[in-house]
Design a protein around this ligand. Structure first.
Ligand code: SAM
Length: 214
């Protein structure tokens, strides 16, 4: 896997498929904050189910492995009106994550302004999950845009974005003094993120500086 890193090693980016997160130690991540590629219109209801299943089963297994027991999984999920009805993607994703050992702890909702689509065709959810048995009572701050990143996991400070895209989560994490690890499949996007975050390419032969397990 091609790797990029900041000079101090606090920001790291892997170019590869995040179905497998083998460079990341089990239980070493405090927060997963990510925006998976949105499901697109016109693929039919069975494919919406498959999308939700793939997120929870195909990717969720590794999320569960790398996340600390009391860690948070924050997902941005788009829902859309398919011309006949709302797909209800949030419910599909919540259902599949629930079946695979996650519990919904908070949710937020917004419509994009100045988006390419009409707001009544597409809305977005921010969903916060924890592993079964790890309850967190939603406070007002978790239901609006004050993500509790700075203090929620003081001793496990890695933020993971397994769909890193252009690295926006990385920029926010860095500005909050967080350590960040991103995974991006598209080499061109990985390069964009690496440039934005001023990361340098690391030769594969160098020893990996993994986030330490707690
Ligand atoms: C909506 S964008 C993410 C935006 C990003 N969170 C940001 O802060 O800019 C989704 C990204 O996921 C990437 N992606 C899709 N499938 C992937 C996979 N299996 N592994 C890693 N990245 C993937 C896409 O290439 C795309 O750049």
């Amino acid at each position: 896997m091609t790797r990029y890193e900041s000079r101090d090693g606090r920001l790291r980016l892997f170019c590869g498929d995040s179905h497998r997160l083998h460079p990341i130690t089990s239980g070493s991540v405090g927060v997963i904050l990510t925006s998976p590629p949105y499901w697109v219109r016109g693929r039919g209801r069975p494919s919406a189910e498959r999308y939700a299943h793939d997120l929870a089963v195909g990717f969720g297994r590794e999320w569960k492995r790398v996340l600390a027991p009391d860690g948070d999984l924050w997902l941005v999920i788009g829902d859309r009106h398919d011309g006949t009805e709302w797909v209800g993607m949030d419910a599909l994703v919540i259902g599949w994550l629930r079946r695979t050992g996650w519990r919904l702890q908070s949710r937020g909702f917004w419509a994009q302004t100045r988006s390419r689509e009409r707001w009544d065709n597409r809305v977005n959810y921010l969903l916060r999950f924890r592993k079964v048995g790890q309850v967190v009572r939603p406070r007002g701050t978790t239901l609006c845009w004050m993500l509790p990143l700075p203090r929620s996991h003081p001793d496990s400070i890695w933020v993971l974005d397994p769909f890193a895209g252009a690295g926006t989560v990385g920029r926010v994490a860095a500005s909050l003094g967080r350590e960040w690890v991103g995974v991006e499949r598209d080499p061109r996007m990985a390069l964009v993120a690496a440039r934005r975050l001023q990361l340098r390419r690391v030769r594969a032969s160098l020893p990996d500086r993994r986030p330490a397990a707690r």
